[in-house]
Design a protein around this ligand. Structure first.
Ligand SMILES: Cc1cc2nc3c(=O)[nH]c(=O)nc-3n(C[C@H](O)[C@H](O)[C@H](O)COP(=O)(O)OP(=O)(O)OC[C@H]3O[C@@H](n4cnc5c(N)ncnc54)[C@H](O)[C@@H]3O)c2cc1C
Length: 296
């Protein structure tokens, strides 16, 4: 199918882009990497009359320090995948980028675009939740920080106001000794995840003191599994990891309720997702052990 007709605007600043969003209203859409928007336009699922291109507004910087990573809204997935100096604590970000679509998609698709799009199977909203990331939303007059847990509200719905643009996202390391990983399962390499899990663990004195376990692809947004997190807190990092599959399954079923009745979501929620959660935990513990030994 062909696109319906539209105009493209090339504003000189985020403020001008925000002003255009206000002036044109519902007929306008921000254009970043175009990897979600353009396919939707080709299928005429959306028919914006104006696209506001924000790719040349200097939002592409990625600033890495040992304790945090500050990512510009238009930084691409590939920029994160190929970072040379990514601290071990943030390895889940690289895990996620290695399985997000194909290289050609990662070369264009942006971090801010993925967050704004809020696909329940996408890696970025889940990563943001797992790290309590701070998302900067900017309009013509000001910027505000939105906590990741307040950002994705539901199925392809974010808490951005109509005139706001995601200009950056800040990931902080939760503890001095931290490791993380993302594990997912998809039908074919490059497909969206059927489901995935992210685990972030911090430890002190060889025992796990903080944890975030997030599952995505099973509900309308990525969700934390607090009961599973509690099972992990206090465990010694060099002991055999506790198997969390059963408790993860119960937690996921509680979250999705009746949605588990159809065959696909039943398989995902009852078999695939709990195992993926358990695998993410095991992978993270191994990374944490290696890091702990390195620091001895
Ligand atoms: C074949 C294929 C496979 C894919 N597989 C995956 C996958 O496995 N995992 C995954 O997460 N994604 C996947 N994607 C989607 C891809 O990651 C997109 O890059 C991403 O979802 C959107 O980013 P974008 O920069 O392309 O945004 P665009 O497509 O340009 O925009 C998407 C939406 O966000 C809005 N928007 C964009 N940027 C901003 C901003 N900074 N502030 C406010 N609003 C904004 C746009 O107006 C639009 O509504 C896939 C895409 C394709 C085509």
């Amino acid at each position: 199918m062909k696109f319906s007709r539209f105009k493209v605007f090339f504003p000189d600043s985020v403020q001008e882009a925000s002003e255009l969003l206000r002036e044109i209203g519902d007929d306008a859409k921000i254009l970043a990497g175009g990897q979600s928007l353009l396919p939707m336009m080709a299928f005429r699922l959306v028919k914006p009359k104006a696209l506001i291109d924000i790719t040349n507004l200097g939002l592409v910087g990625v600033h890495v320090s040992p304790d945090q990573i500050d990512i510009g809204g238009c930084a691409t997935h590939r920029q994160i995948e190929t970072l040379q100096n990514l601290p071990v604590a943030f390895e889940a970000l690289r895990d996620g980028m290695q399985v997000l679509g194909h290289v050609s998609i990662r070369n264009r698709g942006t971090v801010g675009g993925s967050l704004a799009h809020s696909d329940p199977s996408a890696e970025w909203p889940a990563l943001a939740l797992a790290f309590d990331a701070e998302i900067m939303a900017t309009n013509k007059e000001s910027s505000r920080t939105v906590e990741a847990k307040e950002f994705s509200l539901g199925w392809f719905t974010s808490s951005l106001e109509p005139d706001e643009i995601v200009t950056s996202v800040l990931f902080r390391k939760p503890g001095e000794l931290t490791a993380s990983s993302l594990v997912e399962v998809s039908r074919r390499s490059g497909d969206f995840a059927l489901c995935g899990a992210i685990c972030v663990l911090s430890s002190q004195n060889r025992s796990i003191t903080q944890t975030k376990i997030v599952v995505f692809g099973v509900a309308e947004t990525a969700v934390r599994l607090p009961v599973v997190e509690q099972m992990v807190i206090g465990n010694a990092i060099f002991d055999d990891p506790v198997n969390v599959s059963r408790v993860a399954r119960e937690s996921i079923l509680e979250i999705i309720g009746n949605r588990s009745n159809d065959e696909k979501s039943g398989f995902v929620s009852q078999i695939a997702a709990p195992d993926v959660v358990n695998n993410a935990l095991r992978k993270t513990i191994i990374r944490l052990q290696v890091e702990a030994k390195r620091k001895l």
